[in-house]
Design a protein around this ligand. Structure first.
Ligand SMILES: Cc1cc2nc3c(=O)[nH]c(=O)nc-3n(C[C@H](O)[C@H](O)[C@H](O)COP(=O)(O)O)c2cc1C
Length: 336
């Protein structure tokens, strides 16, 4: 099946997130019906210079398919060679990051800085597409700043270079994570370009995922932070999209048990605890007494006690039928 065919069956996809969409999390979220999965951003220079940690980031499991690895870099030749290394690992596609706003990345011309130099961006796309046989996708922001919105131009270039899809985080680089994602602009771009477009930014509910997909005629929706609060969002969105009137029972404690098992397979105890604490805190976002719960989490000395605190908190929540999330911001920074 072609990569884009997966979107036709299920247009809802987990957004790449550094420190989150690692090997374990990709298995977790794919099993919860993210249509495809993508890794955290991986440095092309790290692969070029044989950095061991960078190579480790390329691991994946068969259950994750279709799985893509995301590369970032500033040099077309190095990116092309890195893409060949990625392809040799047998993954289904390569995603290129042109959205990262972090100065360490942009000051070398990588990530969102590439949106200021479309000649270079075109060279990168051409070099990478020529270097590999698997599909290449891209993830961009709407532009460098409000005066230079250019995702439409990027879309034309990408289409001509044979890129498979373009995901747009609806903020400029200057906005970082402030303000709201500009979905109207994403819709304008979609109407102008031939390349399939996935919209991204601030999707928190299945209603939003399905209604923005339809309203803007998009090919897919990328969900990041919304899936950290509610990993069931993919199942909920898909049910709504397919017109199935299905109530999906939330069991956050059970999700934490699954995450614990997955992290135990490949992380140190310390990293497993850090990740469990973060997820338990994110799942509680917007629910009653979440501040007290988070305090307890941060006082919990090990994974067992984090799980026990979570069992108590989430079983109390299910008794009050998970009242809908209140507006509560979190994770206002990242690599895309
Ligand atoms: C912690 C964190 C890490 C991120 N890392 C990446 C990354 O490695 N690559 C990327 O393209 N985008 C990255 N992003 C951006 C997300 O993919 C997404 O574009 C952004 O969070 C907006 O979508 P959301 O509102 O659904 O979270 C990251 C975002 C966060 C919050």
């Amino acid at each position: 099946m072609k990569l884009t065919d997966h979107l036709k069956l299920n247009p809802f996809v987990i957004a790449p997130m550094a420190g989150i969409t690692d090997h374990s999390f990709r298995t977790f979220i794919r099993n919860l019906d993210s249509s495809v999965v993508v890794s955290e951003l991986i440095s092309a220079n790290g692969l070029e210079y044989h950095n061991e940690r960078t190579f480790e980031m390329m691991g994946y499991d068969e259950v994750q398919r279709p799985v893509g690895l995301q590369l970032f870099g500033d040099d077309p030749e190095i990116l092309a060679r890195s893409a060949q290394i990625v392809e040799s690992k047998g993954v289904d596609f390569i995603d290129l990051n042109f959205g990262c706003p972090v100065p360490k990345v942009t000051k070398k011309g990588a990530g969102s800085a590439m949106l200021k130099d479309l000649v270079m961006l075109q060279k990168v796309l051409s070099a990478v597409v020529k270097a590999v046989k698997i599909p290449v996708t891209i993830k961009v922001r709407t532009g460098w700043n409000h005066e230079t919105l250019n995702a439409d131009e990027v879309g034309h270039i990408a289409y001509n270079e044979g890129i498979t899809w373009m995901a747009i985080h609806g903020r400029t680089r200057s906005q970082n994570y402030e303000g709201k994602a500009n979905w109207d602009y994403i819709g304008e771009v979609k109407a102008k370009v031939k390349i399939p477009v996935l919209g991204n930014g601030d999707v928190l509910t299945a209603d939003e995922a399905v209604s923005w997909l339809k309203k803007y005629g998009l090919d897919g929706i990328l969900i990041g932070r919304g899936a950290l609060r509610n990993p069931y969002i993919f199942k909920e969105s898909l049910a709504l999209y397919q017109g199935r009137d299905e109530k999906i029972e939330k069991d956050f404690y059970n999700l934490l048990i699954t995450l614990n098992e997955l992290y135990a397979l490949r992380c140190s105890d310390r990293l497993r605890e850090i990740q469990l604490r973060k997820f338990a805190a994110w799942f509680s976002t917007g629910y009653p007494d979440s501040a007290q719960f988070r305090k307890k989490l941060f006082q919990s000395p090990n994974a067992d006690s984090i799980l026990e605190e979570s069992r108590i908190y989430f079983s109390n929540l299910s008794a009050i039928k998970f009242k809908s999330h209140e507006e509560e911001k979190f994770l206002m920074g990242g690599h895309g």
